[in-house]
Design a protein around this ligand. Structure first.
Ligand code: GLN
Length: 466
């Protein structure tokens, strides 16, 4: 009840699209009964959680922050949602996002932008007053901004995000949270409405690494409904306590030192490296030579998959249908014009361009090859003895909303994912951990990247750092 009343008190953040109060209270009652009757409890029994509104939830509206899906009530739960519920979690609601998770600011959804709880903190407000800057209420997040704001504003203890190019890690970094992207194939995507099937993974946002490990333990494992999940039995994700890092080799990718990186994050990054070194770890510079191609490569592959994915929204089966009776084609066109925002429509157009017969080889196939080179860069580094890579998560602290929308939003958000997108193309696990507060009083994070399916080791190191 406290969480629900906090949701009401922090409504101005626009973190939730739907609050499932009745469902949560009923689940809480059942959980309490289990506890009182001494029945066995689930790993998340009685724990309030929130879920990004691009995961299907049975009987609860699922919109992807799009007019296209307003009013759509799925008849089933995404596997990850079902797993949370099976372990006794209480579902408080569905969180806000960029339409179909396309974006980096949680500013581009049909329900309006999400505000960063940290922009209401006392320290930040005082700084702004001193600088006599206009009050800028909103700060950039990632597309899972609603989930990040929900956890950061203490309305719930964990939230699911989705991560296709950084959308769990970026908002986590900007909201002072742990944001975890599991290895591709470790956690089921069944019921996660796809952005880029070959890169999407459900992400986890919590206040500390231990909480992430608990949620991951609940979610991980093979799902017959997602053929890309691994068959191997998943070990329990309890994190061994790591006190000695002297056997670790930490890699610092030199290509990540880009000129756009803020000097504050740059110095934080090197301080973190020093911290590992002074604790006895080996810290070495490494090279990921194809890094500079990652953003363009991501965009060719992303838009191509989007063009194919979005074909299902034709006004017939789901959500919105425009009442045009001239012809079926006219109905499709009008429905899609009304249903999708310009970001989604722009990606469908670009994707279809890349997939044209005359462009396919030159763009799509070439991008697939570059993706392989990017993935191989990581394999080579890990095979040379590096255990974990340490990088920034974002280029800077959260940018004021007015600044974020002033510039060409699309170009800007593309740049913002520079440290995160390559990881999705390679399918690796990565986690953003809060590192410090900036001089402005806003949180910034650093990212750890691990070898595929070494999620447990990655989180163990992240916890040491935390
Ligand atoms: N910013 C990237 C995009 O818009 C990634 C989004 C995401 O991870 N969901 O495609």
């Amino acid at each position: 009840r406290k969480c629900l009343s906090r949701i009401q008190r922090t409504k101005f953040l626009n973190a939730y699209i739907t609050v499932s109060e009745e469902v949560a209270l009923k689940q809480a009652e059942e959980s309490e009964k289990r506890y009182k009757n001494g029945r066995s409890l689930g790993d998340l029994d009685g724990i309030p959680v929130a879920v990004k509104d691009n995961f299907s939830t049975s009987g609860i509206e699922t919109t992807c922050a799009s007019n296209m899906l307003k009013g759509y009530i799925p008849p089933f739960n995404a596997t990850v949602v079902q797993k949370l519920l099976d372990q006794g979690a209480l579902l408080l609601g569905k969180t806000n996002l960029d339409e179909f998770a396309m974006g980096s600011g949680s500013t581009d959804g049909a329900f309006g932008p999400v505000k960063n709880p940290w922009s209401f903190s006392k320290q930040y407000r005082e700084q702004k007053r001193e600088q006599r800057r206009p009050k800028l209420h909103r700060e950039r997040e990632g597309s899972s901004g609603g989930s990040a704001a929900a956890v950061s504003a203490l309305t719930c203890f964990a939230a699911l995000g989705s991560d296709t190019g950084g959308s769990t890690r970026n908002p986590a970094a900007h909201c002072g949270l742990v944001g975890f992207k599991p290895s591709y194939g470790l956690v089921s995507r069944h019921g996660l409405i796809p952005l880029v099937n070959s890169m999407d993974v459900p992400g986890i946002l919590t206040r500390c690494v231990d909480d992430t490990a608990i949620v991951l333990g609940v979610l991980a494992g093979h799902d017959p409904k997602d053929s890309t999940t691994v068959q191997d039995p998943v070990k329990p994700f309890t994190l061994p306590s790591l006190t000695d890092v002297s056997k670790l080799c930490i890699g610092i990718p030199k290509e990540y030192l880009v000129p756009e990186l803020s000097s504050e994050i740059r110095s934080l990054w090197s301080k973190a490296a020093d911290l590992f070194e002074s604790a006895g770890a080996k810290v070495i510079e490494v090279s990921l030579p194809h890094t500079s191609y990652s953003i363009v490569c991501y965009h060719v592959l992303c838009t191509s998959e989007v063009a194919s994915n979005m074909a299902r929204f034709d006004g017939l089966e789901y959500g919105h249908r425009c009442d045009v009776s001239v012809s079926t084609e006219a109905m499709y066109a009008a429905t899609r014009r009304e249903g999708f925002n310009d970001v989604v429509r722009g990606r469908i157009l670009s994707g279809n361009f890349f997939l044209l017969k005359e462009n396919y080889e030159n763009y799509f196939i070439k991008a697939q090859k570059v993706r392989r080179l990017i993935a191989n860069d990581f394999v080579n580094v890990f095979n040379s003895g590096v255990d974990i890579l340490l990088t920034p998560t974002t280029l800077s602290e959260a940018v004021p909303f007015l600044e974020f929308i002033k510039e060409d939003n699309r170009t800007r958000s593309a740049q913002d994912d520079i440290f995160t997108q390559a990881v999705n193309m390679a399918g690796l696990p990565a986690v953003s951990v809060p590192a410090a507060l900036s001089a402005q009083g806003l949180p910034v994070g650093l990212q750890f990247i691990g070898r595929a399916f070494c999620d447990q080791k990655l989180l163990t190191v992240a916890r040491w750092f935390e």
